[in-house]
Design a protein around this ligand. Structure first.
Ligand SMILES: CC(C)(COP(=O)(O)OP(=O)(O)OC[C@H]1O[C@@H](n2cnc3c(N)ncnc32)[C@H](O)[C@@H]1OP(=O)(O)O)[C@@H](O)C(=O)NCCC(=O)NCCS
Length: 173
């Protein structure tokens, strides 16, 4: 187990999680503001899981699969990802729609930031969202991140909203 919060458990994902991950990635509502396509095949999901597992190995952190503690129901994933094109570490979260609006992203993000700054000794963590993704931006604000800029995520692309936080700003608040 990598992280435990009052309601959730987070661990590294593996190929045995493919059916759960398919339930997440096959939903258009979930994928809508992620910039990623819907995935409807297990082969596509195996590639995703492989991608995430390579990150654990390379950086020692990544996007962790997330379960409800009380009954081990699959909720989605949350975690950190290194973005080589910006040399930044990004906080991200993605959950099944039935778990939205219950404060889960806020709860887990607070713990992930703490883990990032205290255990991993990171200096800065950022978060990026499409301007329309109000729920995601609210989470960034609720966990104490600061607005940084409007800037594209991909060269020549539309502007995204960028938030940032440092070890000092989060652990002292
Ligand atoms: C973004 C996401 C992770 C948020 O998860 P969550 O567990 O519902 O988030 P929380 O409940 O902690 O907080 C969401 C906040 O946004 C608010 N919110 C949600 N939709 C909103 C909207 N359309 N307008 C205004 N506020 C909205 C909620 O009311 C809540 O704020 P509150 O606690 O002040 O009421 C979830 O919606 C999700 O998985 N979306 C799909 C994947 C995704 O877009 N990931 C982020 C990519 S950047």
């Amino acid at each position: 187990m990598v992280i435990e919060t009052s309601r959730l458990l987070l661990r590294e994902m593996n190929m045995g999680d493919a059916q759960d991950m398919l339930r997440l990635y096959s939903r258009p509502e979930v994928q809508k503001y992620t910039g990623e396509s819907v995935i409807t095949t297990l082969e596509g999901i195996y590639d995703k899981i492989d991608e995430k597992r390579k990150e654990y190995k390379k950086y020692g952190y990544g996007r962790w699969i997330t379960f409800l503690k009380e009954d081990m129901q699959f909720v989605g994933w949350a975690g950190l990802s290194y973005l080589p094109e910006f040399d930044k570490i990004d906080l991200g979260y993605r959950f099944l729609t039935e778990f939205w609006g219950k404060g889960i992203a806020t709860e887990v993000s607070k713990e992930i930031l703490q883990y990032g700054f205290e255990t991993l000794q990171l200096e800065e963590i950022i978060a990026i969202a499409m301007k329309e993704n109000i729920a995601s931006i609210k989470v960034m604000q609720k966990v104490g991140m600061q607005f940084d800029k409007y800037a594209p995520y991909e060269p020549g692309g539309e502007d995204y909203v960028w938030y940032t936080c440092s070890k000092n700003s989060i652990l002292k608040s």
